[in-house]
Design a protein around this ligand. Structure first.
Ligand SMILES: [Zn+2]
Length: 167
């Protein structure tokens, strides 16, 4: 990886700087988008699709309306397939038909920034994300690579399963 100066970014809008540099919420990392795309293509299923609990089955139905367009754009620019999360988990029902979920993805690269700051970026009122060091289980096809973790939190996941809503 070639060392270089980072451009100053004035707003906090999530963005990827060039094809092999990423910044989110002031945290910077390298990104190997092509290698990430290959690893996701090799992964048969993501965490939500391997789990049979009602929370994960509901998320499979809801995710493409839960991920904001700007987040989907970020995933695309990192080389991440939005349907192949590392894992998702339902935390709570905030109101009828409205659930809080967390989850994460990984991409191939290395984090340059310290983990001390929050680095949290809001994608609208109900969705936030940040990048951090990889600590959580990843897709098997990413095992042989250095990866960065992209965590998300969603506050307005609808209940779309045709079965009783979880508490
Ligand atoms: Zn599950």
């Amino acid at each position: 990886m070639v060392a270089m100066d980072w451009p100053e970014v004035e707003n906090e809008f999530p963005m990827v700087l060039g094809s092999n540099l990423a910044e989110l919420g002031g945290r910077k990392s390298s990104v190997d988008r092509d290698a990430t795309i290959r690893a996701y293509a090799q992964a048969e299923r993501g965490g939500a699709d391997r789990c049979t609990c009602n929370g994960c089955r509901n998320f499979r139905l809801a995710r493409m309306r839960v991920f904001p367009p700007e987040f989907l754009e970020l995933l695309d620019r990192l080389g991440i397939d939005p349907r192949k999360d590392g894992e998702v988990y339902r935390n709570a029902r905030l109101a009828p038909g409205r659930h809080n979920y967390g989850g994460w993805f990984h991409f191939i690269g290395t984090l340059d920034a310290p983990d001390s700051d929050s680095g949290l970026v809001k994608f609208g009122d109900d969705f936030s994300a940040y990048i951090c060091r990889a600590t959580a289980p990843r897709l098997p096809s990413l095992n042989q690579h250095p990866v960065v973790q992209l965590e998300f939190n969603a506050d307005a996941v609808p209940w779309l399963l045709d079965e009783p809503e979880a508490d």
